[in-house]
Design a protein around this ligand. Structure first.
Ligand SMILES: [Zn+2]
Ligand SMILES: [Zn+2]
Length: 302
């Protein structure tokens, strides 16, 4: 796994370029093979990449063949090394109170870890899950147990698991900084875990980002609970839903209800220097390039 760049946070003070400090990236398609995403990353000139290592709406898929793994690593050596992320399948629910789904989720999550290790992925972003009525405490307990069993099954991986915050719809877990902290504390394996904050989900969950005062208050809450040092990646998405709407619908940067001002605060926040910032906005026309250009512009101090 020589191409892995785990520990990018340690190099924070020694950015070789402004692009490295911004660390902008995108979730790109692996259709045709995982190396295709890397080729697109080179074309977009980005410094971070997120992919699915399997079809996100299927339980089981055959292992990635060795030829594809080699092609992926070859492509990476032409591009990076830059931070690599994968996102877990939407079917996995480690918080499920149902035994069968819980066991299936552990098996599928272990498979995600193995695939990530095979490809030299630095960070595996996962949705903590939904407790579906069994309660937050029970959900936290299940997620911690499930995660630790996966860690036992796949003991030797350099991939760090990042719990993503959610918009808080239904009984989804991880809607607040407190809940993410409680989850990380319950898993109690700090060397293998962390969080990924999604701006759309934060805003929809009720965290203000639009005004300077609102942003500062949100970050004060982050510092007081989870701590910014446990944030290893950001998902940069504008939000279709309003503050506290719990609606998980991503919009292009500046075109949703967070707007340019919110992203200006994020991009200029030293807490997030050098941390991968991934777009998960709709892939239409040339929008990735436009979103990236806008984020770069918003990162410049006035
Ligand atoms: Zn996600
Ligand atoms: Zn996200």
């Amino acid at each position: 796994m020589s191409t892995s760049t785990s520990g990018t946070r340690q190099m924070r003070s020694s950015f070789k370029s402004i692009d490295e400090k911004l660390c902008l990236g995108s979730h790109l398609s692996v259709s045709g093979g995982p190396w295709k995403a890397v080729e697109e990353a080179i074309e977009l000139d980005i410094r971070a990449l997120q992919i699915f290592t399997k079809n996100a709406s299927r339980w089981v898929q055959k292992p990635i063949d060795p030829v594809s793994v080699d092609r992926f690593h070859d492509a990476i050596s032409n591009w990076g090394p830059h931070p690599l992320l994968s996102h877990d399948s939407y079917l996995i629910n480690l918080a499920s109170p149902k035994e069968e789904l819980f066991e299936k989720s552990i098996a599928a999550f272990s498979d995600e870890l193995e695939r990530a290790e095979l490809l030299g992925i630095d960070f595996l972003v996962m949705h903590p899950g939904a407790h579906v009525g069994s309660g937050v405490d029970s959900g936290i307990d299940r997620i911690a147990k499930g995660m630790l069993r996966s860690f036992e099954q796949v003991p030797h991986t350099k991939t760090r698991v990042l719990l993503e915050n959610t918009a808080g719809g239904g009984s989804t877990m991880g809607r607040s900084f407190d809940e993410l902290r409680d989850l990380l504390d319950a898993i109690d394996t700090p060397e293998r875990t962390g969080t990924c904050l999604d701006t759309c989900h934060m805003f929809a969950a009720g965290y203000e980002l639009r005004t300077e005062e609102g942003y500062d208050e949100t970050m004060r809450q982050l510092d007081d609970t989870l701590g910014a040092n446990r944030v290893f990646a950001l998902h940069l998405n504008d939000s279709k839903g309003d503050l506290g709407s719990h609606l998980d619908r991503h919009m292009h940067i500046g075109e949703g209800l967070i707007g340019n001002s919110g992203f200006e605060s994020v991009m200029q926040d030293p807490r997030f220097s050098g941390i991968p910032k991934i777009l998960e906005t709709p892939k239409v026309e040339d929008m990735d390039r436009k979103n990236l250009d806008l984020l770069k512009k918003l990162s410049e101090q006035k």
